[in-house]
Design a protein around this ligand. Structure first.
Ligand SMILES: *[C@@H]1O[C@H](CO)[C@@H](O)[C@H](O)[C@H]1NC(C)=O
Length: 360
């Protein structure tokens, strides 16, 4: 199938991602995304454009389309973390006990429809995915608990949350994991709002300055968190339906040119969990009939489907697993071995959510 139109998707969002046609040029790209020309940028763009055209023209039609977006001429989108399921929780990490019966779950869940999900953010060139994912997850749980949806401060997390065991990186713009953020938030008393602790780490050149005590205007907080049993896809679906959005760790290595549709993950033999995002629902795609997980990313609304990506959702009793031989890679918690994450991009492996959400 030929994509004959360079359709602008969601043009209200400004420089949106697009599905390129055969004649799409580097100059058009520079114009659309307000980019400066360079030979490296052109080279990467040409490679990604070729990939997208070849992928989109496959027969039979692929389950998702690849497109061109603001990341099409950069080396790799910002991520910056590895997963650490072996981490010993410092503060009460609870276990999940499903209340709803699996057979009674709704066929579709999308927490955006409940008004408890804030707009998609952009972490920029800072490896702060863990801060954005945890913040969005906490925001949703505060909204579910209190009816009030705040924009809380990822910068607070980047500047303040410690990562002494080097879990998922080195902290700051160098990656971390949600579990450590929950621990920090419980200790710190909670979150400041975005306006009182704004994001300054966008270009990755600073971690910002931590605030505490009277300087930290705490607005909302949590008292604990729950970590799901690793690779229990049924629990993930159930928790998503009955508890709310969940922070998850994924392999986002091949997401950069995802445009729309249900992303079919193919890298099980060579998994590399490297990104933290938020599961906000699940459902079945009407066109393809494929089941999906609905995932909120932190690469601005120009990424994918207005900032979201849908990942293939396998049957809960038949979820494929892969091998991640690089959990350390300079980043996993010190002393961590090979991991075996399951689900597309490892989406059901390391899953958590905050508890005891409150407004200060
Ligand atoms: C941010 O914090 C991390 C962890 O402490 C450190 O490795 C990194 O050098 C810091 N970055 C900057 C720009 O200060």
């Amino acid at each position: 199938m030929k994509i004959s139109i360079a359709a602008l998707v969601g043009s209200l969002l400004g420089a949106s991602a697009l599905v390129p046609n055969q004649g799409y040029t580097y100059d058009e790209f520079l114009g659309t995304f307000n980019k400066k020309a360079s030979s490296r940028s052109r080279q990467l763009f040409e490679t990604r454009l070729g990939e997208a055209l070849a992928h989109n023209s496959q027969e039979p039609k692929p389950s998702y389309l690849k497109g061109i977006n603001e990341f099409s001429d950069v080396e790799a989108p910002p991520m910056g973390r590895k997963v650490s399921p072996g981490l010993k929780a410092k503060n009460n990490a609870g276990t999940y006990k499903p209340q709803m019966k699996f057979d009674d779950l709704p066929t579709e869940v999308d927490w955006r429809e409940a008004g408890v999900v804030s707009p998609v953010k952009n972490q920029g060139g800072c490896g702060s995915c863990y801060a954005f994912a945890t913040t969005a997850t906490v925001e949703s749980h505060i909204a579910l608990e209190t009816g009030l949806l705040f924009d809380l401060s990822p910068q607070q997390v980047v500047a303040c949350s410690p990562n002494d065991d080097h879990c998922g990186g080195f902290g700051g713009c160098m990656g971390s994991i949600p579990e450590l953020v929950y621990d920090y938030l419980i200790d710190a008393g909670g979150y400041a709002e975005e306006w009182s602790f704004p994001y300054v780490s966008y270009d990755g050149s600073t971690n910002g300055t931590c605030k505490s005590g009277d300087d930290l205007l705490v607005k909302a907080g949590i008292t604990g968190y729950v970590k799901l049993e690793p690779n229990n896809a049924q629990d993930v679906m159930t928790a998503l339906a009955e508890v709310g959005p969940l922070a998850v760790n994924v392999d986002a290595s091949n997401w950069h040119n995802y445009e729309s549709g249900v992303f079919n993950y193919e890298s099980y033999d060579d998994m590399d969990l490297n990104h933290v995002v938020v599961l906000v629902g699940y459902g079945t795609d009407k066109d393809s009939g494929l089941d999906y997980w609905l995932v909120r990313n932190s690469w601005s609304p120009t990424f994918g489907e207005a900032g979201y990506i849908r990942l293939l959702r396998d049957p809960v009793d038949d979820t494929p697993c892969g091998v991640d031989t690089k959990p350390q890679d300079g980043t996993g918690c010190d002393g961590e071995g090979t991991q075996y994450p399951c689900g597309a991009c490892g989406v059901v492996f390391d899953v958590s959510y905050p508890t005891g959400a409150f407004i200060a």
